[in-house]
Design a binder for this molecule. Structure first.
Ligand SMILES: Cc1cc2nc3c(=O)[nH]c(=O)nc-3n(C[C@H](O)[C@H](O)[C@H](O)COP(=O)(O)O)c2cc1C
Length: 220
């Protein structure tokens, strides 16, 4: 797949078929992720690839933890987020609504329930990073994550990055036996897209690029 084509074709997939993703394919995808650039080539990512029983066990543990304590995501973490960002979240949920009506779910319930069980994806990649590294290294993690998602797309797979479930990072860390010096920073659901799943027909929008760029020195 052409890079430019892939960049615009990628979109989040939230419904997967039961078809397993082989270890060989995942290894290729992770190798592509690993070719991402990183500051001083520190390669700060670490991957846990889960499928089958260990993944079901983790999902059950998250569900149990959730029943015991229903944590809610506060995107502002107590601070006021500028209105434009709040509006974009609202727009995303509004856009999802028509695709969810046939499932009888509201958007928030769908995203929450779906995220906590990784949308029943046959495989999930957990990305962790050493705690001693500065937060700026999350840039590198983001680059590896984007490589991972584009590589998956080129191989006919769909992905959904999931951060919501990090509310239960303690459960993930203990089930996956993540080293105590590392923290889990992102989960990525991976599987073959179920094209009959209504939500997969949804495509998020982007605001006009002109609102995101300041140009200087181009009209001289
Ligand atoms: C860091 C990150 C965390 C995300 N967390 C979640 C999540 O917890 N649950 C979910 O359903 N989608 C999640 N998403 C997917 C976003 O909602 C999605 O990327 C966004 O709406 C844009 O849509 P697109 O990926 O189809 O272009 C996440 C995406 C990113 C990049």
């Amino acid at each position: 797949m052409d890079i430019l084509e892939g960049l615009r074709a990628r979109k989040t997939v939230r419904g997967f078929t039961d078809k397993k993703v082989s270890r060989e394919v995942i290894n290729e995808i992770l190798t592509d992720a690993h070719w991402a650039p990183s500051a001083s080539n520190q390669q700060p990512w670490y991957f846990h690839a889960l499928s089958g029983k260990p993944l079901s066990k983790l999902c059950s543990a998250i569900m149990i933890a959730r029943r015991q304590e229903k944590k809610t995501y506060d995107p502002s973490r107590g601070k006021t987020i500028p209105k434009e960002y709040v509006d974009r979240t609202r727009k995303l949920f509004q856009g999802l609504r028509p695709f969810l009506s046939s499932l009888g779910d509201d958007q928030r319930a769908f995203i929450e329930t779906g995220s906590f069980c990784f949308y029943d994806a046959p495989a999930v990649i957990f990305i962790s990073m050493h705690k001693a590294l500065p937060e700026t290294r999350l840039m590198d993690i983001g680059m590896a994550a984007q490589n991972l998602m584009l590589s998956a797309l080129a191989r006919g797979l769909g992905t959904c990055a999931v951060a919501l479930t990090l509310l239960y990072a303690d459960v993930i860390n203990s089930e996956l036996k993540i080293h105590k010096d590392f923290k889990t920073v992102l989960c990525i659901c991976l599987g073959y897209p179920d094209n009959s799943f209504p939500v997969n027909r949804f495509r998020s929008s982007r605001d006009d690029i002109a609102e995101f760029v300041t140009w200087k020195g181009f009209d001289e």
